[in-house]
Design a protein around this ligand. Structure first.
Ligand SMILES: Oc1cc(-c2ccc(F)cc2)cc2nccnc12
Ligand SMILES: [Mg+2]
Length: 228
């Protein structure tokens, strides 16, 4: 029955953003979602907090849980130096497909790692994995030769925030100083995750109040530094 919201975002970007210009793709998505149709991108306000944390962390290995259309993937990737690796996990194949096409429009060297025919090792900055985070996280070390992540952006299903964080710990994917940044800790909310990172002696946690993307509703992001 016609188009999906991610397809409408993609078509708007293809029509109005400059090819190869990741900033114009980011701002085209923001203008579509502010003026035409809301969508669950981290958005421009919380996006500035994300930018600041990326710049402060200077990460070499980044994991994103929840790609959606790739808006935050592009916000992060544009701030990473060559040689850095950004792994983004999406379980919805339609979202992943749209994200790939947006990365292409933005000129981001991105690879669909779930494709069979892929060159060994990282040939590009963004590696998009299709599947469930709980299944893929335990495979990252072996399949992608990743040791530890410097930054994890958590922005998928709120009920998965805590179990996936525990999984990252158990799989030895966090080191002392690793930064977790979680979207939507106020709206829709991730109360069990917040309780954990704010009370565990293994984290130093800080809340950054903001607003839900494109709306005047309170939301915020939680930055939690793993202490090892
Ligand atoms: O940023 C977000 C916002 C919302 C969301 C949906 C409906 C509302 F009414 C309010 C907020 C859902 C999300 N799911 C996954 C990742 N990010 C999300
Ligand atoms: Mg979100």
């Amino acid at each position: 029955s016609g188009t999906t919201r991610p397809m409408r975002i993609l078509h708007y970007v293809q029509r109005s953003a400059k090819c190869g210009d990741v900033l114009s793709v980011i701002s085209a998505i923001d203008s579509f979602c502010s003026k035409v149709e809301w969508a669950m991108n981290v958005g421009d306000k919380k996006g500035e907090i994300l930018d600041a944390v990326v710049l402060e962390t200077r990460p070499r290995y980044v994991l994103e849980l929840g790609t959606y259309c790739g808006y935050s993937t592009m916000r992060i990737a544009r701030l990473l130096p060559p040689g850095a690796r950004l792994i983004t996990i999406e379980m919805n194949s339609h979202y992943a497909q749209v994200a790939k096409e947006l990365f292409q429009h933005a000129g981001l060297d991105a690879q669909d790692k779930s494709a069979e025919k892929r060159p060994a090792g990282p040939t590009c900055k963004v590696e998009l994995l299709l599947g469930s985070s709980s299944v893929l996280i335990p495979q990252l070390k072996k399949k992608l030769d990743i040791d530890k992540f410097d930054l994890v952006f958590i922005d998928h299903w709120k009920v998965s925030y805590l179990p996936d964080t525990r999984l990252l710990e158990e799989c030895g994917l966090l080191k002392s100083g690793s930064v977790l940044l979680a979207d939507n800790v106020t709206c829709p909310g991730a109360p069990d995750y917040l309780e954990y990172v704010r009370n565990s002696p293994r984290y130093r946690s800080q809340y950054f109040p903001s607003q839900l993307e494109y709306l005047q509703v309170e939301d915020g992001v939680e930055k939690s530094v793993f202490l090892g």
